[in-house]
Ligand binder design. Structure first.
Ligand code: DAH
Length: 441
């Protein structure tokens, strides 16, 4: 049985109409024998599904652009752990082996499918998470480090989903001998004292349990101390990130944070952290005690440690009050000029331009293997950031085989004319017919 927790990530699928996860793409545009990515030619094959819209994002590297909110947030996190190695220049092109196998992902994990990930060809993909670099960084001998990078996942389109986003991966290892454990104990004591003084409420019912066990190869006492350290370190990061405004503010609502049990193939026990913000629980990171197999692969011996992966956009949207994830990609000076290096400030919307929706309904050919993410990528490829969101409707009578989507077109920087929107929509419809073989209703 496919466990929903296995799909867990910051961008959990909410698609209304998914037929299945496919290992091979059955509907897709024809590709030339090779494609250019940042000046290098790569051969294509039957799994190729990367689009020009995605390729164009690769060189941008928002997390390194001075004063950009994502880059400011990266700096803030790095300054929270000044003695960690700070890495941010790893290429997003990785082998599926590195993205999945090295981290003990099962062969049938849905993340591997072409419907969920971008492939250049069978042997090369865009990393779906920063964890893809864990083994290589540990192999280099780093034992406390942060790595920030752009990651890529095929997903639906709306205000909080974008196929490219940014993560910070962090990890720390301790010697699994008495010196290491003494150090760990001292670190835990120091962090406990620091957090005891803060105005932060932590709900934590995510303990080591039968469903979230200590690894067989670990000493239970050591593993529990590492998990404790992980939680203390991350709670103090959360306080740095979200607690600032509350410092000394009497009568201020305390920040609420909750830890929940999770599953990741490369950690055990595993956890997720959610923060209560504007009336909603928001998932901001996944973490856990590193599987010893990962450290074995990296050639690391006699050490035990934790790792986490945190989504930058979600946190930046809260801290800067940025209402739409597409804004991070805006080059409009009205957006960019609002931010200063090293500062977190409140974003002021410069305007909301009217949106204009267009519907498209169609019949699918038999056994089409259609997947909503194929449709979203096609629309993005035609309309770029002019798509605000896409809603799917399943016709109540005909159900399977007949689909209807409402595409909301809206620019963040100007008013779109009806003629322009019509032209874009016409291209979407004609590519849909040509590439997916659908029959427009
Ligand atoms: N890579 C996971 C994701 O993208 C997040 C994560 C979970 C990272 C556990 C970790 C970890 O380092 O230990 O959903």
């Amino acid at each position: 049985m496919l466990d929903m927790r296995m799909v867990s990530c910051f961008q959990r699928c909410r698609c209304a109409y998914r037929y299945s996860h496919r290992l091979y793409s059955t509907v897709k545009p024809k590709y030339p024998p090779s494609i250019d990515i940042c000046g290098t030619q790569y051969p294509t094959d039957e799994v190729t599904n990367i689009t020009p819209a995605i390729i164009s994002k690769i060189p941008i590297r928002l997390h390194t652009q001075p004063a950009h909110p994502l880059s400011n947030l990266r700096s803030l996190i790095e300054s929270h752990w000044p003695d960690f190695a700070h890495l941010s220049s790893f290429s997003p092109l990785v082998t599926p082996f590195k993205n999945f196998d090295e981290l003990s992902f099962p062969k049938d994990h849905p993340g591997r499918s072409v419907t969920d990930s971008y492939y250049i060809n069978k042997d090369l993909m865009l990393r779906t998470h920063t964890s893809a670099h864990e083994v290589e960084v540990f192999r280099e001998g780093q034992s406390k480090w942060l790595l920030t990078a752009d990651v890529y996942r095929r997903d639906e389109i709306d205000a909080s989903h974008y196929p490219v986003f940014h993560q910070v991966e962090g990890a720390k290892l301790y010697e699994s001998n008495s010196t290491g454990m003494k150090q760990l104990e001292q670190d835990n004591l120091r962090l406990e004292q620091y957090l005891a003084k803060s105005n932060i409420v932590i709900e934590d019912v995510a303990n080591v349990s039968e469903t979230n066990p200590v690894q067989e190869r670990h000493d239970a006492v050591q593993a529990e101390m590492v998990a404790r350290n992980l939680k203390l370190e991350l709670n103090s990061l959360i306080l740095t990130l979200f607690g600032g405004a509350r410092e000394g503010a009497e009568g201020e609502e305390p920040l609420r944070v909750r830890w929940i049990e999770a599953y990741f193939p490369f950690t055990s026990p595993s956890f997720e952290v959610e923060v209560f913000f504007r009336g909603k629980w928001l998932e901001i990171l996944g973490c856990g005690v590193i599987r010893q197999a990962t450290l074995d692969t990296a050639g690391v011996q006699n050490k035990i440690g934790w790792a986490f992966g945190l989504g930058l956009e979600r946190i930046a949207m809260i801290l800067y009050s940025i209402p739409d994830i597409r804004l991070f990609w805006s080059t409009d000076p009205r957006f960019l000029s609002q931010f200063k290096e090293g500062e977190i400030s409140t974003f002021k919307s410069y305007s909301k331009y009217p949106s204009c929706f267009k519907d498209v309904s169609f019949w699918l050919p038999e056994n089409s293997g259609f997947h909503e993410n194929d449709f979203c990528d096609l629309v993005r490829d035609v309309a770029g950031d002019l798509v605000e969101d896409i809603d799917a409707f399943v016709h109540p009578k005909t159900k399977r085989g007949s689909l209807c989507y409402r595409i909301n077109y809206c620019s963040m920087d100007r008013s779109l004319s009806n003629e322009e929107t019509n032209e874009i929509h016409k291209t979407v419809v004609s590519r849909l017919t040509n590439e997916f073989g659908v029959e427009i209703r």
